[in-house]
Write a protein that binds this ligand. Structure first.
Ligand code: MRU
Length: 332
C-alpha cells in the first residue's frame, strides 16, 4: 500500500492529511484540541465513515492532554458527535470513549489506549473485508466505484478500494471506473489519486455517465456510512441512482463496510439522518460562482439505497446476502 497515513498522533498533536488540498498537495494539519478535530471533520479536511470515527476518538485524546476533567471531556464528545450526522462510526467510536470516561481513572492514558485499539481494529477490519470481498472479483472484471471508500477514508487499506487492492495482490486483473462524485469530487480528487498512487490507473467518468456506461460494467463496489439491520444503506449521494441502474442491468452491487457502520438500533433506512451541506459546494467552483445568483439550492450529502438493490454486504465478519434482515443480525 502507498506510503501515506491519513492521521497520526505525535506527542500531543494529531496530524491530519488535509484531503481538501489533495490531489495537488500532501499537507498535514495539526490538531491539538477536540475543537480542532471537530472542525477538521466538519469542514471535511478528513472524511470517510471509518476515518471520522478513529479521528474523533483521537480528538478526545488530544483534548484530555489539555484537560482531563470528565465533565469537560463529555462536552468534547458531544461537540465531536455533532460534527457530521450520517456516518454511525462517529457515534460508535465516541460511545467507546465515553465508556472509558465513566471509569474516571488515568484518563489520558486509558483514552489513548482505547483510541489506538479503535485504530487497530479499523486496520484489521479493512484487511479482512479485503479478503472476503476479493472473492467477488473475477479476473478481467470491469468495476465501477463511487465516492472514496479507500485508504483515505480509513486508517487502513480502505473498504471498497481495500477489496480492489487485495484482488490486485492476488494477481487478478481488472479495470476500475470511478465517478467524479459531485459536488465534493471525492472520486475525481481522492479516489483517482490514491488508486494511481497504488499502481492502478482508473478511468474517471461524470456521475451522469453511469447509466450509459453500465452495460460495460461487471460489478459495482461502494462503501457505506450507516447500514440498517435490513440492509438499507446510506452512502454518498448518487449511490442510490447507481444501485437502481445496476439492478436494471443485472450488475451485482456490493457494499463493503465494517460492522461499526451497521446501526443495530435501525430496522430500516427510513430514519437515517441525512446531512445537508452548504449550497456553495454546488453553486461555486474553486471560489468562483457558477450558478445563477438568487436561486434555492438543496445539497443532500448522502442517500439511502434500499436493500433490494444490494447484492451483498461485505464486512470483516463475512459476507451478508439477502434476506439481510436475517443475515445481518447473525453477523452482529
Ligand atoms: O462525505 P464523505 O466523503 O465523508 O462520504 C464518504 C462516503 O460516502 C464513503 O463512501 C463512505 O464513508 C464509506 S468510506 C469507507
Amino acid at each position: 500500500m502507498a506510503g501515506f497515513k491519513t492521521i497520526f498522533l505525535k506527542g500531543k498533536t494529531l496530524y491530519i492529511l488535509d484531503q481538501l488540498r489533495l490531489p495537488h498537495e500532501e499537507v498535514y494539519l495539526k490538531a491539538r484540541s477536540g475543537k480542532a478535530v471537530y472542525r477538521a471533520i466538519k469542514e471535511m479536511n478528513l472524511r470517510g465513515a471509518p476515518l471520522i470515527g478513529v479521528a474523533a476518538a483521537y480528538g478526545v485524546v488530544v483534548e484530555s492532554f489539555r484537560n482531563h476533567n470528565p465533565d469537560h471531556l463529555r462536552r468534547t464528545i458531544e461537540l465531536l458527535r455533532s460534527a457530521r450526522p450520517t456516518a454511525v462510526n462517529l457515534n460508535w467510536a465516541l460511545d467507546r470513549m465515553a465508556r472509558i470516561i465513566q471509569g474516571r481513572k488515568d484518563l489520558p492514558s486509558r483514552l489513548l489506549a482505547e483510541a489506538r485499539k479503535i485504530e487497530k481494529e479499523d486496520q484489521e477490519a479493512c484487511i479482512a473485508m479485503g479478503r472476503y470481498g476479493a472473492r467477488l472479483i473475477r479476473d478481467g472484471a470491469r468495476i465501477l466505484v463511487h465516492c472514496n471508500a479507500g485508504a483515505l477514508a480509513t486508517t487502513g487499506i480502505g473498504t471498497a478500494l481495500g477489496v480492489i487492492y487485495t484482488a490486485k495482490e492476488e494477481g487478478k486483473r481488472f479495470q476500475v471506473f470511478c465517478t467524479e462524485t459531485r459536488p465534493y469530487l471525492q472520486g475525481a480528487r481522492l479516489t483517482s489519486w490514491e488508486l494511481k498512487k497504488n499502481g492502478i490507473t482508473p478511468t474517471l467518468i461524470c456521475d451522469s455517465a453511469v447509466a450509459s456506461l453500465m452495460p460495460q460494467i461487471d460489478l459495482v463496489i461502494v462503501g457505506g456510512d450507516r447500514i440498517a439491520t435490513n440492509g438499507d444503506t446510506a452512502n454518498k449521494i448518487g449511490t442510490k441512482t447507481i444501485a437502481i441502474v445496476a439492478h436494471i442491468h443485472k450488475v451485482p452491487f456490493i457494499v463493503v463496510a465494517p460492522i461499526s457502520s451497521i446501526d443495530p438500533k435501525l430496522r430500516d433506512g427510513g430514519s437515517i439522518p441525512i446531512e445537508y451541506r452548504a449550497p456553495d459546494e454546488i453553486t461555486t467552483f474553486r471560489g468562483m460562482r457558477v450558478a445563477t445568483e438568487g436561486i434555492e439550492v438543496l445539497n443532500p450529502s448522502f442517500d439511502v439505497t434500499p436493500a433490494r438493490y444490494i447484492t451483498a454486504i461485505v464486512t470483516e465478519r463475512g459476507i451478508a446476502r439477502p434476506p439481510f434482515d436475517k443475515t445481518i443480525p447473525k453477523l452482529l
